[in-house]
Design a binder for this molecule. Structure first.
Ligand SMILES: [Zn+2]
Length: 232
């Protein structure tokens, strides 16, 4: 697990050079955003320990297996000391509910045992993180905006390998996230909405952190066929 300090509040944890989780510092310990693939629980716990605090909350951006993969193992090790938060619609999908028409693309774990303590919706607060609706990649996908410093944890709404890209846009260097995307049009609308938040730093599920990402997000939206709008 590769560790990088992005801001004083945010540590990026990268597994196998392709998938990220994040430790967000709060007064009582860390919120872990996403858990990467299966088999990472020990490394994620060790990273939190090295960073000097326990994991108090686990919040997912969406339900795909490369984000929820180590949730069960973490919950097993942390027990009642950790709160689990999953976006509403994706929690229902993971529970086996049929929430949208047709087949959902992407790798959805079929045997997730951990039920969320909280189902997240737009406007909810997770410590210092504000939940922002970001549907498209999955029906319930959310992003987290750190209200202290404007860092946006965008999950798979964008990828940043070789530059910022909207995940709907087929991107040769990292096509996996694009192929797993549920609704391309919604993903572009989400990209426009996230851009309007004017984040100071953009971090994502797949790719490095991007500082002052506005211009790169605008280009990505234009390439994906959308039009950025100024914040009103
Ligand atoms: Zn995904």
């Amino acid at each position: 697990m590769k560790t990088a300090t992005v801001t004083p509040n945010l540590t990026q944890l990268t597994r196998m050079r392709f998938v990220n989780a994040y430790l967000v510092r709060e007064d009582d310990g860390f919120t872990l955003v996403d858990t990467t693939t299966g088999g990472a629980a020990g490394a994620l716990l060790a990273a939190a320990e090295r960073a000097g605090a326990p994991i108090r909350r686990i919040a997912l951006t969406h339900g795909h297996g490369d984000h929820a993969g180590s949730l069960d193992a973490l919950k097993e090790r942390l027990g009642d000391s950790v709160e689990v938060l999953i976006p509403e619609l994706d929690a229902r999908i993971l529970a086996g509910e049929h929430v949208v028409e047709g087949k959902l693309p992407g790798g959805w774990p079929k045997d997730l045992r951990t039920a969320p303590d909280v189902r997240l919706n737009a406007g909810d607060l997770v410590g210092s993180l504000e939940v922002v609706a970001a549907p498209g990649h999955t029906p319930g996908h959310i992003a987290f905006l750190d209200t202290r410093d404007g860092t946006l944890i965008a999950g798979d709404a964008f990828t940043t390998y070789g530059g910022v890209a909207v995940t709907s846009h087929f991107f040769l260097r990292f096509p996996l996230a694009a192929m797993a995307t549920w609704d391309r049009e919604q993903t572009v609308a989400t990209a426009v909405a996230l851009r309007a938040l004017d984040p100071a730093v953009l971090v994502v599920g797949h790719g490095p952190a991007v500082r002052d990402p506005a211009a790169a997000m605008d280009r990505a939206i234009a390439r994906a066929g959308g039009r950025a709008k100024a914040r009103t």
